[in-house]
Design a protein around this ligand. Structure first.
Ligand code: FES
Length: 154
């Protein structure tokens, strides 16, 4: 008796059935995960994820001069650091949760803004004006100051 049932085929078997060489298969596998196939020493740092971030910034460095006065902000890798109106430091992901544009601090309204589609966040990263329903909050990190050093953890 003949049946039309097809057995599931694994991705590697399917690709081999196309006549691809081992090198071609490796290149194919690496296309979607370039970072996992590259182990060079000059690779960029991985994006910090909540729970493993611990950086200390020297606030006297030129990159962070804007943080010397309330209303200023700066970036360190994927982190937005703002010296908010009350003088405290806040650290948030700089990546808008709508479509990944870079957000910035607005001292006039003491909030975080994304100019691409107009999303607004509180200085705690909570969405106030979303560009789309269900938009997520920005990741917020903890900050502490010791002398001229700002430590960001999360
Ligand atoms: S990318 Fe930020 S509001 Fe759309």
């Amino acid at each position: 008796m003949e049946t039309n049932q097809q057995q599931p085929i694994k991705r590697g078997e399917f690709l081999r059935s196309l006549g691809l060489s081992s090198a071609a298969l490796m290149a194919f596998y690496c296309m979607g995960t370039l970072t996992s196939c590259s182990k060079g020493s000059d690779d960029p740092e991985p994006e910090p994820t909540p729970g493993n971030l611990d950086v200390t910034l020297d606030l006297t460095q030129p990159d962070f001069k804007a943080l010397q006065t309330p209303g200023g902000y700066a970036y360190h890798e994927d982190i937005l650091i703002a010296r908010v109106k009350n003088g405290n430091y806040v650290a948030l992901s700089k990546v808008c949760t709508h479509q990944s544009s870079t957000v910035f601090y607005r001292p006039a309204t003491d909030d975080i803004f994304c100019a691409t589609h107009g999303s607004e966040y509180t200085t705690a990263g909570v969405v106030k004006v979303p560009a789309e329903s269900g938009q997520k909050n920005l990741t917020q990190y903890k900050t502490s100051v010791s002398g001229n050093n700002l430590r960001i953890t999360g």
